[in-house]
Design a protein around this ligand. Sequence first.
Ligand SMILES: *Cc1c(COP(=O)(O)O)cnc(C)c1O
Length: 393
Amino acid sequence: MDAPDIDELTPPDRTLMGPGPSDVHPRVLRAMATPLVGYLDPSFVEVMDDVQRGLRYLFQTDNEHTLAVSGTGSAAMECAFGNLVEPGETVLVPDNGYFGARMGQMAERAGGEVVPVSAPWGEPLAAADVEAALDDYQPSVVGLVHGETSTGVRQGEVDRITTAAHEHDACVVVDTVASLGGVEFRTDDWDVDVVYSGSQKCLSAPPGASPITFSERAVEKIRARDAPSDSWYLDLEGLWSYWGDDPSYHHTGMTSTLYAAREALRLVAEEGIEARWDRHSRMSAALVAGVEAMGLDLRPAPADRLPSLNAVSIPDSADGDALCDRMLEAHDIEIAGGLGDLSGAIVRVGCMGHSARPSNVLETVGALGRSLEAQGVDVDTGAGVAATNATLE
Ligand SMILES: *Cc1c(COP(=O)(O)O)cnc(C)c1O
């Protein structure tokens, strides 16, 4: 057998303004290039402890059971639903976007009876609809998507929904993969039972270390299971003891990935979580001002918009896929097309973590305008760039 001829790796120099991954800070890249140690090396146990402390701040929680799942956001989602849902239990999931649907699939695989709570794609769930479903179906678990990446919608009233769910003895699981570290989220103040996220979106680390946290109510529910969950790797008894006070081998810690997450969490702590939420709001506002001045609309109503993911409506005459291709080929900027019900109607422009900065936003607005002009769409790129600039001043 001939040895394959593999070229030296030379990734293009992209600006990542899509739904994730986002641009990674040079300090985080540098942390990944530092030497590996064993997974129970005292220095690595300290790294894990630092990561946990950083994650509690990121989540705004005192939950002891806070860790990073080895895997992407979907692994954290599977960890949450696989452990929390017991066969035969009823689970409410949102029906207004792509990731709510994924929750439903995972809850079903865990043996749950899934009941969707509906809202149109592009709108959040109405808290009153969740309350009505709590009365009608008496679920054990309620899933919510705080930042629905497929639609650019922020789910509000999380605290009202957790209050209602707890009155019905249900646990609330919130997906914050596209929002944690970029958009206000208060795990303890809002009394959320399980919150999970990803590392490659607003945290701006490489994918693979997915934050997750559990309230005491969630821990009790999981510890009271009749039978262990089907997954060995994601079973929480093992993960909790691995991330506990006296760690022993469960699986090999993701050395370089956790170094990166630790550095990304240090950056969050240095900036301050509230300042970070504010920066995402300001950068998104500058992007929105530019897009609107250019003559385009944002999809969700202003109160429902997710600063970390901006759903920009494109005119019927525009081709969304070709637009994304041109942004990448001509401008080295990654954005994404619409999904599901919004396919062809929007493009999705992320504004996450280290990508949420003035130079990226300005460049993206100009490139978006020029790429639309190249399709013959009538937009005022100059007015867009001027408005973004004025907002950033
Ligand atoms: C990206 C994303 C996921 C899935 O995360 P992966 O890292 O791709 O596995 C889940 N939920 C939301 C809201 C997301 O944006």
